[in-house]
Design a protein around this ligand. Sequence first.
Ligand SMILES: [Fe+2]
Length: 263
Amino acid sequence: MICCPTCDMTSTATTDEAMVQPMAQSVARLAQMTFTINRLVAEDVFNESLNKLKKLLSQMTHKDINLDKELMNESLISRLRSRRCSVTFVPICETQHFQMCCFALRTNRCRIPLHNHPQMFGLIKVIYGCVSVDNYTALPVDGKYILPNDVSKRVERWQRDFLVPVIYNGKTTIDSQSKEVCVLTPNQRNYHEVVAIDGPAVILDILGPPYREDRECHYYKVVTTVYDHRLQRDITWLLELEDPPEDYRCDSLPYMGPNIYFD
Ligand SMILES: [Fe+2]
């Protein structure tokens, strides 16, 4: 199976590119293997494979996917383009078990707004520049959370059904030199926002399983944070948005890296 048939390594690859080709393919194959495992049946096997994937992904750089140089500088063309679209999406690879893609944040402070990946795992590696990642963990839906007045007065009555109580896990700053990989799970750190710091930045995302109609992401805004005396901790309340925020405009560029094959 050929995942990414848009380029021909045999005719275009330089020696350097040929040397790095195995990394993109190795990561994709390990992701495929990991997200094929039924974690409900073999949780230990899944976790072990996920850790291996995280370790391998930590070594990945923009060179491994021949990332378009336009996405890594603030040239006039890039700045003009970013006026219309703050983020550029590069699809790399998708199977029924996972998807791998890049998001290029075109200029300083560009962001992927607060969103979730329902029922999905996500791995984020910064492959160019520097980003901050804020993440939140949703509280169990069976929790009996009394809607604080401080929250209810800030939203319309009909919006109350779209409130999500979460725990704020903090902000992490990561640059492309770091080996750090952010891992979100269906139940932990699933709500997150990514912001470029000090110029353009590019992240590589692996999502497993991939998006489907019943697994579309939603966008949120923070309403406020209120101390919960019963839980004895701060609870942040998010409001699901009907549409993506207006400052989030995304375009796409084709993947021009090495072909990715599966057996
Ligand atoms: Fe995400």
